[in-house]
Design a binder for this molecule. Structure first.
Ligand code: COA
Length: 195
């Protein structure tokens, strides 16, 4: 008997929703290593955020689960969408620069319930492991606090253990498990990522 192959097989990726109480003590924003600097949000930086986002997520599992993250135009559209949202929080939207190069990005938005939602935090691969991810995450969380938000939330792919560890380190706790369906025909297969 001939096997019947599903033309669009799907994979479910486990994701966690994590939350942080912003009223409780929060670690101070760590000092950046020598040679790195903060760049606060300005409208003219939209394309730079998009480009850094693309450099951070292409080749990563989240770039597979959310194909727009591994596509330059997809990242540009995503940044336009984020910046146009009524809850867009400039005080939680940052770049880290190294000379003329932007090497890390984060954006924040708030919802009507007064929760700050971390969007896509990323550090370009060559600059990872130096504390930049933790620093930019804390910078965004302090931005939420300055705006008066009492809670922060984010979603992370369960297999993204480095990110989960970073979030737990600042105090985020698991609240909910979600499953994101991805049609395999829409992504490039990377065997170690398959469940
Ligand atoms: C997740 C990410 C932002 C971390 O950036 P980073 O600059 O390397 O992180 P830091 O150097 O600040 O490390 C912060 C903490 O994260 C965890 N961590 C980060 N990289 C790690 C690694 N390779 N191994 C173990 N833990 C790691 C640790 O808890 C670390 O704290 P520690 O150094 O005190 O142990 C980066 O790996 C990245 O951009 N990944 C791709 C995009 C992505 O997945 N973003 C998250 C979407 S939810």
């Amino acid at each position: 008997m001939a096997a019947i192959l599903d033309p669009n097989p799907v994979t479910y990726y486990k994701r966690y929703r994590m939350e942080l109480d912003l009223v409780a003590p929060l670690p101070a924003v760590s000092a950046l290593p020598a040679g790195f600097a903060w760049q606060a949000w300005e409208d003219r930086l939209l394309e730079t955020h998009a480009l850094v986002k693309y450099e951070c997520f292409r080749g990563e599992l989240d770039g597979v689960i959310f194909p727009n993250l591994s596509d330059r135009d997809g990242c540009a559209q995503l940044m336009r969408d984020i910046a146009a949202r009524p809850g867009f929080r400039p005080e939680s939207t940052w770049l880290v620069t190294h000379g003329d190069t932007s090497v890390a990005t984060i954006q924040g938005v708030s919802d009507r319930a007064g929760t700050g939602c971390i969007q896509n935090v990323g550090v370009i691969p060559a600059y990872r492991g130096r504390g930049l991810g933790l620093a930019i995450l804390l910078q965004a969380l302090h931005g939420f606090r300055r705006y008066g938000l009492a809670k922060a939330t984010l979603e992370v792919t369960a297999q993204n253990e480095n990110a989960v560890r970073m979030y737990r380190q600042v105090g985020f706790r698991f609240r909910k498990t979600l499953y994101k369906l991805v049609e395999q025909s829409t992504y490039r297969l990377e065997p170690e990522w398959l469940l």
